[in-house]
Design a protein around this ligand. Structure first.
Ligand SMILES: *Cc1c(COP(=O)(O)O)cnc(C)c1O
Length: 481
């Protein structure tokens, strides 16, 4: 398997899975994709139906990473996808399944269900990919005799998923910036209660934007970056995307009896990482009818899939919502889909994303390409705070199921795209406890709390308060590596 950039770099060169694993953007600013998507045969689809999550992960990842010896990959997927890691569940059988499918009920002539992706250590779907990344990083760094210092900024979800994935891993340190005293008590406790010596929490006196600016400033200091082996684990990382392909297959098998059936998925979306994996699963041959992109008030993606216009939002137009993990001004993985939509023409992708940088967007409405969006199965919708509250209330009343705000955005939009006889699978991206305030508003009761998280706010916390100054953060890192 060879990888190329969406903007053309690397064509005619060799880039393996391991080569791109530890890097970010391609050298021309594009994103990596395989030169072609591996196809799944009818026989494979039949044989995979009964596999455990770990074995299914092995079969799928093998097609994308033939530079990793088969036995090594098998042991990596088995140590990642085990019941003990995905144990924040309602019952033990669910832990064994890793991503259990929970049926809600019959609506619009079909069955609506939730694919639970948030039973991992931080109660959000980012664990699904990040846990694999932790093991892959440790494995690859040991092979190359290298170390890596991950620098990131978080307002909650991504940072904790990265820390729980990298804790205790050989050769890896994590330096995670978060705005001092601006995360919820629960999220703060999740991150700061980690006592592992390779995890460093930096509470920045400032806001999330200050944290992001510091990460950018440090990353732009190429000499510092190289000397201190600084890396990132953001959502454009290819291994994160490909790890998410697995649960689309798992969800399909759980919702169907034979491979003649088709299903639709609704994906609460921000940076387009999760639904991009759904697109790849479909390109591999998984019988997916629709990929429903659900956004909140930050509706960059909904606007594109309705109109063909992609318009990056300014900071003033980017809203803080009650589904905060979808609060984005642009969708960082979107370029991967555009590359496929344009028939894999890197020159046109380069031009369009130059337009994004120079003019803030592009318009495909008039071109024949936009019509092809439906051929790829994409439709979309948006949700508001009032919709979230209504949907949380409705799901609890009708089905006795408590859902989080992001999953509520998904369910709300899914209901606008039901097709009789085509099962609709809504991806559950977080557990309600992470967004307790809206649960209390909707249900006037406390969110369900998995046993492992009882009393977490009382645990001792390890963090250092730092000024919102890149040079202070650089000195902090340099002293500790
Ligand atoms: C990150 C996140 C999303 C958005 O996923 P993308 O891959 O960025 O589209 C949705 N819900 C939750 C809970 C998340 O943490």
């Amino acid at each position: 398997m060879n990888y190329i950039s969406t903007r053309g770099a690397g064509i005619g060169e060799r880039h393996t899975f391991s080569d791109i694993l530890l890097g970010g953007l391609a050298k021309d600013g594009g994103l990596y994709l395989p030169t072609e998507y591996p196809r799944v045969t009818a026989d494979e689809l039949t044989a995979w139906r009964t596999l455990s999550y770990a074995d299914l992960a092995y079969e799928i990842l093998r097609k994308f990473s033939d530079d990793i010896p088969a036995e090594d990959l098998r042991s990596l997927t088995h140590s990642t996808y085990t019941a003990s890691v995905y144990s924040n569940v309602r019952d033990h059988e669910s832990a064994v399944q890793i991503t259990p499918l929970k049926t809600l009920g019959e609506e619009g002539g079909t069955t609506v269900s939730l694919l639970e992706l948030s039973n991992g250590p931080t109660l959000a779907f980012k664990d699904m990919a990040m846990q694999l990344l932790g093991n892959l990083f440790e494995y690859t760094l040991a092979k190359q005799g290298q170390t890596l210092n991950i620098l990131g900024a978080t307002s909650g979800d991504t940072g904790s998923a990265a820390e729980y994935a990298m804790r205790g891993k050989q050769g890896v340190r994590v330096f995670m910036l978060s705005p001092h005293q601006k995360m919820s008590a629960f999220q703060t406790a999740q991150m700061f209660s980690l006592q592992d010596p390779n995890i460093f929490n930096l509470a920045v006196v400032g806001n999330f934007d200050n944290c992001q600016d510091i990460v950018k400033a440090v990353s732009n200091d190429h000499a510092f970056k190289a000397a201190n082996k600084i890396g990132t684990v953001n959502s454009i990382n290819w291994a994160r995307v490909v790890a998410q392909v697995i649960y689309y297959f798992k969800g399909y098998f759980a919702a169907t009896k034979s491979n003649a059936e088709r299903v639709s998925f609704t994906v609460p979306s921000g940076n387009f990482g999760n639904v991009c994996a759904g697109h790849i699963a479909r390109m591999m041959g998984l019988p997916i009818e629709q990929l429903v992109v659900a956004t909140n008030e930050n509706d960059v993606l909904d606007e594109f899939f309705r109109t063909g216009i992609y318009r990056v939002r300014t900071a003033a137009e980017t809203y803080h919502t009650t589904s905060p993990s979808m609060d984005i001004s642009k969708a960082s993985n979107f370029e991967r889909f555009v590359f496929d939509l344009l028939g894999r023409d890197p020159a046109r992708v380069l031009q369009l994303f130059r337009d994004v940088e120079e003019k803030g967007g592009f318009d495909l409405a008039a071109s024949g390409d936009f019509a092809r969006v439906r051929e790829f199965g994409f439709v979309s919708g948006r949700s508001s705070h009032a919709d979230r509250v209504d949907t949380i209330r409705d799901a609890f009343k009708r089905y006795g199921t408590m859902i989080d705000t992001h999953t509520a955005d998904g369910l709300k939009v899914a209901r606008e795209h039901l097709k009789p006889g085509v099962p609709m699978i809504v991806l559950e991206t977080a557990q309600p406890i992470k967004f307790g305030e809206t649960i209390r508003e909707a249900l006037e009761r406390e969110p369900e709390r998995p046993a492992a998280f009882i009393g977490i706010e009382e645990l001792p916390q390890k963090f250092d308060i730092v000024a919102a100054d890149a040079s202070v953060v650089k000195a902090y890192i340099a002293e500790r590596i």
